[in-house]
Design a protein around this ligand. Structure first.
Ligand code: SF4
Length: 494
């Protein structure tokens, strides 16, 4: 690090992280930023905020930071040296935010998309996607405690050629593999010692839909740029809990205790429900369990097409197969290793032919120029593949993430530009699109869906009550799916 940056860090005028970001820039931009910080006497937090805006604009528009700082508005604010410091900072913030969020400030949608156009990245993406296809598991670790379990034997049989190591505790593996990408090639079979069933974590100040999640596995072999697990988990390896008899017993007990209620219970919150299901055999057991009761629904949520081993199950309508969907361009550029939209919809068709209801999750929806046409096309393709009456629900969720995910995405997926969209810190401290943009997204999607079906149940995932209301999302209370949804603000007693 250059001495000027070091000095600013040592005198606590610059965060180490901000200095590191500046250090990665071309020399001319580094110098321009150092001058900018000095000239405006930026405090540590202003420097962090303004440097982030400038770097994002530069990445998005391909304009150097030196050029941005020659903007007449910035120069004018600098000249206003009689103004109070806080007033100057407000003006500067406003000027930079207008450039960073042009659409929110009433301008045109920028021409930028979720990936940088051209530049050879297309080819690189394709190569990575092909490489990720199929499972490339390098090592399987087995906790000695579960070495004789049925699930362990099945998984080892499935991955016969993969080296196996026996360990005393998963803690050894967690310590060894600290990088998320590396962890995608490691499977650990372990004993679940905590709770199998819990309420979906939801998010502060936003509505929860009363979903229950099963902790049967952690992480998955796909690699989505936006995957929230990258900041949510300490454990970076794919972990499959092998003591599933205890899960079945806990679920049975839950069903007995909640005999007069209706819950949706799913395995797809901390993993993909089906990407690794065939080797474990869990879904078959769950489908049978749910078929034996009346009130609750099992949801198997996936971006895979591995459903054929489940089509013959006697499900009695108590299981819903659900696919996360996105336009094909987003699938190719942001969802490595996952199946194409076309393949997912073909699988949905096969599920319907076997009498299952299906669900679709537009989550995360990415907002970019032309997003509406791309997403409307996906809606039309869904209704071409399956009839409205075979769809149990469709959810809509706009891109959102913990602020620290941005750096991870930039490091692991340098081609991805999803974080350069118009996202700012939300009420739940997550990065979210501005409310008017979210409202526009949901209104547009809701209308596109209603053009195909007046009845299909539509809900928003982790949204605020006012966005629900302004976007006008409504369902017929007589819809058979409605009984499985009970909305409440996180933290409220239900
Ligand atoms: S499929 Fe789901 S769990 Fe797997 S990487 Fe993508 S977002 Fe994460």
């Amino acid at each position: 690090m250059c001495w000027q940056l070091e000095q600013l860090v040592s005198t606590q005028k610059l965060y180490t992280k901000t200095a590191a970001k500046i250090e990665r820039l071309p020399k001319a931009d580094q110098n321009a930023l150092l001058k900018f910080i000095r000239d405006f006497r930026l405090g540590i937090n202003y420097a962090r905020e303004f440097v982030d805006y400038l770097i994002d604009i530069s990445r998005r528009d391909g304009v150097t930071i030196s050029k941005q700082l020659k903007d007449p508005t910035v120069i004018q604010i600098f000249k206003e040296n009689k103004l109070a410091y806080s007033r100057r900072m407000d003006l500067l913030r406003e000027a930079l935010r207008q450039k960073r969020y042009p659409y929110f400030y009433g301008g045109e949608e920028g021409p930028w998309g979720p990936v940088k156009a051209g530049g050879g990245m297309g080819l690189m993406r394709e190569k990575r996607a092909r490489k990720a296809e199929g499972l490339k598991i390098k090592t399987i670790y087995v906790e000695k405690e579960v070495q004789d379990f049925e699930v362990t034997n099945k998984v080892l049989e499935h991955f016969k050629k993969t080296p196996v190591k026996y360990i005393d505790s998963i803690k050894e593996v967690i310590k060894k593999y600290q990088h998320f990408g590396e962890g995608k090639q490691i499977v650990t079979l372990a004993k679940q010692k905590g709770r199998w069933l819990e309420r979906c974590p939801g998010t502060r100040e936003h509505l929860c839909c009363n979903y229950l999640v099963v902790n049967n596995a952690i992480n998955c072999p796909f690699d989505c740029t936006y995957c929230y697990l990258q900041t949510y988990l300490n454990n970076k390896v794919i972990t499959i809990y092998a003591n599933i008899d205890e899960l079945i017993a806990e679920l049975k007990q839950f069903m007995d205790e909640h005999i007069n209620e209706h819950f949706r219970i799913g395995t797809g919150e901390f993993t993909d429900s089906l990407a690794l299901d065939e080797p474990t055999g869990l879904a078959t057991k769950l489908i049978e369990l749910f078929a034996g009761q009346e009130n609750h629904l099992l949801e198997l949520k996936t971006k895979s097409t591995e459903i054929d081993h489940l089509l013959g199950c006697d499900h009695r309508g108590k299981t819903v197969f659900a696919w996360s969907v996105n336009p094909e361009g987003i699938v190719r550029s942001q969802e490595y290793g996952a199946r194409s939209l076309k393949e997912r919809l073909k699988a949905a068709k096969r599920a319907v032919a076997s009498g299952y209801k299906v669900g679709f999750h537009f989550d995360p929806i990415i907002f970019y120029k032309g997003w509406d046409k791309d997403y409307a096309k996906v809606v039309a393709e869904i209704f071409k593949a399956v009839k409205g009456e075979d769809i149990a629900w469709i959810s809509l969720g706009a891109l959102r993430y913990q602020p620290q995910l941005k750096e991870i995405i930039e490091e692991r997926f340098p081609h991805s530009r999803i974080c350069l969209g118009e996202l700012d810190i939300g009420e739940d401290n997550k990065m979210r699109y501005f409310k008017p943009i979210r409202v526009e997204i949901f209104q547009t999607m809701f209308q596109a869906i209603r053009q195909h079906s007046k009845d299909v149940y539509v809900y928003l995932c982790m949204e605020s009550p006012d966005v629900w209301a302004i976007a006008g999302i409504t369902n017929n209370p007589a819809n058979p799916s409605a009984r499985y949804f009970k909305f409440f603000k996180k933290g409220a007693i239900i």
